[in-house]
Design a protein around this ligand. Structure first.
Ligand SMILES: *Cc1c(COP(=O)(O)O)cnc(C)c1O
Length: 335
């Protein structure tokens, strides 16, 4: 299968970049002295955790909202995410004169609810699980005509996330290896599509947690599978890829050179390194690229490495716990 046969191509990503330009930050790309010394090749960090709303998801959400028809935008958008996609969609909708409705279960912490409200979204609290929240999304689409914007499995979302790949190649033209945090695969699919189209020889490697690595298990099985979910420091990497996945499964299967898995201890070490050496506060999901290098899990590095610090929305009590040496998620305690 050639690159042009995938549902998101370089042309789609370049169009997304023009569309969202001026609405998202072009985040800095900096050299990491410590990781360059460790790896013996230049290592650059894309500081995407400085993106507005604290994660890259604003790129995909903004592109998706901007590609809607005016009447769709007027009806409003809806999603069931309480995390970075929910924040991004709330912000993107408001910025474009639309409004987002974010559905969440009664178990979601108050500070998350408040944050989504602060960004201008309507919050609908319903049921006791993410599944019940998703049922409410489906009802709002059916009965009220709202438009669902999925967190990853959508061509406009993938194209938006792919704009990061364009920037990486501009920032580091001689890049040899790109490390991408991986969950549902919207980021990895978009970045790989952009990077491989511009630089076919660059290796693009997905990095995720070993607890519930849905994309890796699905690629191994040959089609999307369910995996058991666990608490993790990289909570933004939780969740499945969807059994009826239409976009990201095939793209990640065809475009990623490898998928590397990390333990909680390794992810915690990545967060500590980001803080102590790079002076950056990042969430667990954003630390996996650093963590993979520290753990020696990226083999045969033969040239410059670029990695994406994807988000910074970590509870600060949790962050202090990790900085002070804790390697476990405090989610159970907090909930
Ligand atoms: C969503 C998210 C990811 C994973 O992105 P996918 O497109 O689901 O693979 C990684 N890091 C952060 C901070 C995120 O919010």
């Amino acid at each position: 299968m050639s690159l042009a046969d995938h549902p998101v191509t370089l042309a789609d990503i370049e169009a997304a970049a023009r569309r969202i330009s001026g609405r998202i930050l072009r985040t800095p790309f900096v050299n990491s002295a410590s990781l360059t010394a460790l790896c013996g090749v230049p290592v650059g960090l894309k500081l995407e955790h400085h993106q507005t709303t604290g994660a890259f998801k604003l790129r995909g959400a903004t592109n998706a909202v901007l590609t809607l028809q005016p009447d769709e935008r007027a009806r409003g958008v809806v999603a069931a995410s309480t995390g970075n996609h929910g924040r991004a969609l709330a912000h993107a909708a408001r910025a474009e004169g639309s409004v987002a409705t974010i559905c969440m279960s009664r178990l979601v912490l108050k500070n998350k609810v408040d944050e989504i409200r602060r960004l201008g979204a309507h919050v609908r609290i319903i049921g006791k699980s993410q599944d019940e929240a998703q049922e409410e999304v489906d009802r709002l689409v059916r009965e009220d005509g709202l438009v669902m914007v999925p967190p990853f499995d959508d061509p406009a979302v993938v194209a938006g996330q792919g704009t990061l790949g364009l920037e990486l190649v501009e920032d580091m033209p001689d890049v040899s290896v790109v490390l991408v945090p991986l969950s549902g695969g919207g980021l990895a699919a978009g970045v790989a599509a952009a990077v491989k189209a511009l630089k076919p020889k660059v290796r693009v490697i997905g990095v995720t947690m070993e607890r519930g690595a849905a994309m890796k298990a699905s690629i191994g099985a040959g089609s999307p599978v369910l995996v058991e979910e666990f608490q993790s420091l990289a909570d933004s990497l939780g969740g499945g890829i969807g059994l009826d996945n239409k976009v990201t499964f095939a793209m990640c299967r065809d475009l990623l050179d490898d998928i590397v898995l990390l333990s909680e201890d390794e992810i915690a070490a990545g967060m500590r390194h980001a803080y102590g050496q790079e002076r950056e506060i990042i969430e667990g999901a954003g630390a996996v690229g650093i963590a993979a290098l520290l753990a020696g899990k990226i083999k045969a590095i033969d040239g410059p490495v670029a990695l994406i610090l994807s988000g910074r929305n970590v509870d600060m009590v949790q962050h202090r716990h990790v900085i002070n040496g804790g390697n476990d998620s405090m989610a159970e305690v907090a909930a």
